[in-house]
Write a protein that binds this ligand. Structure first.
Ligand SMILES: Nc1nc2c(c(=O)[nH]1)N[C@H]1C(S)=C(S)[C@@H](COP(=O)(O)OP(=O)(O)OC[C@H]3O[C@@H](n4cnc5c(=O)[nH]c(N)nc54)[C@H](O)[C@@H]3O)O[C@H]1N2
Ligand SMILES: Nc1nc2c(c(=O)[nH]1)N[C@H]1C(S)=C(S)[C@@H](COP(=O)(O)OP(=O)(O)OC[C@H]3O[C@@H](n4cnc5c(=O)[nH]c(N)nc54)[C@H](O)[C@@H]3O)O[C@H]1N2
Ligand code: SF4
Ligand SMILES: [Mo]
Length: 812
């Protein structure tokens, strides 16, 4: 393929437009689309580096039955037969699909149609259950329909923007940049409510760390009362709670009661996580919804049944994610199909989920990657096309539908998800109902269903696309459905009035004796979920190389933890190791760990096994943000790192091992007890040069291959380790530097520190030195001096923080 293609970012719900220009074999140049309404040309660090993630490394290229390659015919026949047989013997509720907000709307539509309209069960749930089902339930209770009443443009018209439980600077960076632009342009005030002091808080007018002083709250109420153009933007700090739905409704209540909704620059704004979380809601991909914004009310079941000419509709909601995997564990669900999600990592109590997958009689996994923690348990693996190959639509947080268009050819035998589902539908006997030949066919039917017997009861209505031609579908420009929702004061309830919902106040439990701390979990700026894609990018890996447990300095003293040491975090569900980061950004008594690391990358850092499988009673969303926990120090006799060229060397075996991609190879960070000499077994063959310093327990080895470095191992018992940057660059150097085992370039001694700006590869020390030496006082000045922060802008909050730090240090 050649020529520039306009498409939509693979990652978050901001839904930024991208112009992708193919360059050579699977190469691509990525630029922001200046004409897309979400981003007007901007991209954050993840979007900017998408080009590094479209290679074929780790891809699943052929259908697999067990460990053997199979033809599509064989694999599809087997899946259809197993599902048919299981249903025949045990009924429709003995099978389930677990799908994802990362499917395109067309994929999602056919999966939902197959399960609810033809198999006749509603046992299809999605990772969106873990993501924003509390917002869905809250919207349905307050507005009578799951409609987000705010658009990004409103952020630019607001006078007060409150971010509750949202680390927008890291998780929705382009929305954050738009908020910052609005603050500069019209002086909007920014309030952030988060128990952690995240980079989102650094530049806010007010940061409320939840249990706030009475003074702070009063200031917030004053601000809210004084500004009629007020937006409250929220995400997982609100949704992922045992009272998540009530928390959502506390926010909708506040806006409804004060008339701050349905007007320019005002309203509650549930911002979605995944690229197509909203499309999934439109097709009814949750077990608790039906299709086209309808629920399981009998008249809706009958209507959708008529439209689909269904042989037997599901008549009641199906199992929600946590219950669904419990059903698998207890043997009630006997055949499971997982599409585009990695529940062995991302579900709460993930070890239970692994047990469930391991005992399930038949597991199918459709993924782009060959080996994930989930697909290890699959009986059949189906290779799906990925971003850049896929073709269809997604809906972003502000109800804007845009096209994802292909610019790469599908590798191997990979097929589109909608195609795979359609083939199974046909093989299960429903040839006409699944006679779709291209994504436009599916989109037209979806649009027709949204309009079917809809006299304005449902705002979600795509009737103008009910007969859209293939060419027009291909050329579809981004558009928002529903317009300025609720501007006329009419809602989607029977009496057209919105509802104030009585909400229960969550009581704060006393710390438990065995679990004196609470564990909060979430995201890093440059990683996406279980790292199957972002983990392939060497640049993105540099922002946070290892999974950290963040601990307040007081707790570090109490538990004897040292910054950079290892600790075990335990909950009633399980335990995992993390690298300790001592930081006053945490509150005392609270820990924070990232959700990204899996068995593929590390021996520890697995957060998913820690949270309880407890859910909000209305939405079924797990309370991921608060788990009773404890922490203890882990002693290590030595620590070190191993750099290897290529990806073929088997990973070293020791207590702590984390892996990141670097240009030309892999970098493992290591720590352990016992003799480090055992690591020699993990070195590739070749001539070795070695240096040992017994007194400091230091051991350094380089393995050479044809005059270049094949591997370098640095271990120390008591001393320091050299910075990694220069050594990493040596992997691709044409010859071996004489100072290699010293770990630095000839004549150079300073470390530039952790990478802050991934686009221009600029370290913290470099930025701090420039700030001090050139007396730089704002982010723009740092950009001028070093370029840092001038491309995607994701690191601007971090640079602002460094400037503030330097000023503080200077003042004291
Ligand atoms: N870089 C990156 N961006 C992403 C993703 C990613 O994996 N990486 N994933 C995408 C997805 S699917 C999602 S859902 C979004 C999530 O986006 P966010 O919701 O912004 O991300 P989280 O880090 O999960 O949690 C947000 C914040 O909630 C806070 N919090 C925890 N408990 C409470 C509480 O009781 N009250 C309040 N007020 N706050 C609390 C946490 O401290 C955390 O800083 O991000 C999307 N964007
Ligand atoms: N403790 C804790 N746990 C959490 C959260 C938290 O904050 N704390 N957040 C939760 C939230 S909000 C979310 S959204 C989930 C995310 O959790 P997951 O959905 O499990 O995470 P991903 O890594 O995005 O998994 C997507 C999978 O689909 C594959 N894939 C990518 N594109 C395609 C495609 O087009 N087709 C197919 N078939 N496969 C594809 C990828 O390779 C990957 O294996 O995690 C949840 N878990
Ligand atoms: S904010 Fe970043 S990750 Fe999200 S859609 Fe835009 S470029 Fe992609
Ligand atoms: Mo999410």
């Amino acid at each position: 393929m050649s020529g520039a293609v306009r498409t939509t970012c693979a990652y978050c719900g901001v839904g930024c437009g991208i112009v992708a220009t193919p360059a050579g074999a699977r190469g691509v140049t990525i630029k922001g689309d200046p004409d897309h309404p979400a981003n007007a040309g901007r991209l954050c660090s993840k979007g900017t580096h998408l080009g590094e993630t479209v290679g074929l490394e780790g891809r699943l290229l052929h259908p697999m039955i067990g460990k053997r390659r199979a033809s599509w015919d064989k694999a599809l026949d087997l899946v259809a037969k197993k599902f048919r047989d299981t249903i025949a013997r045990h009924g429709p509720d003995s099978v389930a699909f677990y799908v994802s907000g990362q499917l395109l709307t067309e994929d999602y539509y056919v999966a939902n149609k197959l399960m609810k309209g033809f198999i006749g069960s509603a046992n299809i749930d999605t990772n969106s259950r873990l993501c924003m089902s509390s917002a869905v339930a809250g919207h349905m209770r307050a507005f009578g329909e799951d409609v987000v009443p705010v658009a990004y443009d409103d952020l630019e018209q607001a006078d007060l923007i409150t971010l509750v439980g949202s680390n927008t600077a890291w998780c929705h960076p382009i929305v954050y940049q738009r908020i910052q632009a609005a603050r500069t342009a019209r002086g909007a005030k920014l309030v952030v409510v988060d128990p952690r002091r995240t980079e989102t808080c650094d530049d806010a007018d007010l940061h409320l760390a939840i249990r706030p002083g009475p003074a702070d709250l009063a200031r917030f109420y004053e601000l809210f009362a004084g500004n009629s153009r007020a937006i409250t933007l929220f995400s997982q700090g609100i949704n992922q709670a045992l009272r998540g739905t009530d928390q959502v409704n506390a926010i909708t209540n506040l806006h409804l009661a004060t008339g701050r909704i349905g007007k320019t620059g005002a309203g509650p704004f549930s911002i979605t996580g995944q690229p197509n979380a909203m499309g999934g809601r439109e097709v009814g991909g949750l077990a608790s919804t039906l299709a086209a914004h309808m629920d399981f009310a009998p008249e809706n079941v009958a209507r959708v049944g008529r439209f689909w000419a269904s042989p037997g509709m599901a008549t009641k909601p199906g199992l929600k994610a946590v219950d669904l995997f419990r059903g698998v564990r207890e043997g009630r669900i006997k055949a499971l199909w997982v599409m585009a999600t990695n529940p062995a990592v991302s579900m709460p109590d993930a070890n239970m989920v692994r047990d469930a997958l391991a005992t399930c009689p038949f597991v199918v996994v459709s993924d782009v990657i060959a080996e994930t923690d989930t697909s290890l348990h699959a009986h059949v693996r189906l290779p799906a096309t990925g971003w850049g190959e896929k073709d269809g639509t997604v809906t972003n947080s502000e109800r804007c539908i845009s096209r994802q268009r292909p610019f790469l050819t599908a590798p191997g035998e990979a097929r589109h998800d909608w195609w795979i589902v359609t083939q199974i539908g046909r093989r299960m006997g429903w040839k006409t109902a699944f006679a779709f030949d291209n994504p436009a066919d599916v989109y037209r039917e979806h649009a027709r269903l949204s309009a079917y017997q809809n006299d304005g009861e449902r705002l979600f209505d795509l009737r103008r696309h009910a007969a859209i031609g293939n060419a027009d579908y291909d050329a579809l420009e981004p558009f928002r459905w529903g317009g300025a929702a609720f501007a006329d004061g009419r809602y989607s309830t029977l009496d057209r009035k919105a509802r104030l919902i009585k909400v229960a106040q969550a009581s704060l439990a006393d710390p438990l004796r065995d679990w004196p701390l609470t564990l909060n979990t979430g995201r890093y700026r440059d990683q996406w979920h279980t790292m199957t894609r972002t983990g392939l990018s060497a640049k993105l890996a540099r922002h946070r190389e290892e999974p950290l447990v963040e601990v307040h300095p007081e707790d570090a003293v109490t538990y004897g933890l040292a910054d950079g040491g290892l600790a075990r975090v335990a909950t009633a569900q399980g335990e995992s190791l993390f690298r300790v980061a001592v930081t006053d950004r945490q509150r005392p008594g609270e820990l924070f760990t990232p959700i990204h690391w899996t068995d593929r990358q590390s021996t520890g850092g697995r957060t998913g096994l820690l949270p309880r499988p407890l859910v909000d009673p209305h939405s079924g969303q797990p309370g991921f943000k608060l788990t009773p926990a404890r922490i203890e120090k882990i002693e290590c006799a030595w620590r070190g790192f191993l750099l290897v060229r290529g990806t073929d060397t088997p990973p070293p075996k020791c207590l702590w091992r984390t892996r990141i991609t670097v240009p030309g190879g892999l970098l493992y960070e290591l720590a352990g007890n016992g003799e480090p000499d055992r690591l020699a077994a993990s070195l590739p063959n070749g001539a070795q040069i070695e240096a040992r310093d017994k007194s400091r327990g230091s051991w350094r080895v380089a393995v050479l291959d044809k005059g270049r470095i094949a591997a370098a191992l640095f271990v120390t018992a008591t001393g320091e380790l050299p910075p990694r940057d220069w050594l990493i660059a040596q992997l691709e150097a044409p010859e071996v530097a004489p100072t290699l085992l010293a770990g630095r370039a000839p004549g150079v001694t300073v470390d530039r520190g952790p990478v802050i700006c991934v686009c221009f590869d600029i370290g913290m020390q470099t930025i701090l030195s420039a700030i001090a030496e050139q007396k730089l006082t704002d982010v723009a000045a740092v950009g001028k001096a070093l370029n840092a922060g001038t491309n995607c802008g994701s690191c601007r909050p971090a640079i602002a923080h460094l400037i503030a730090q330097s000023e503080l240090a200077h003042a004291s």
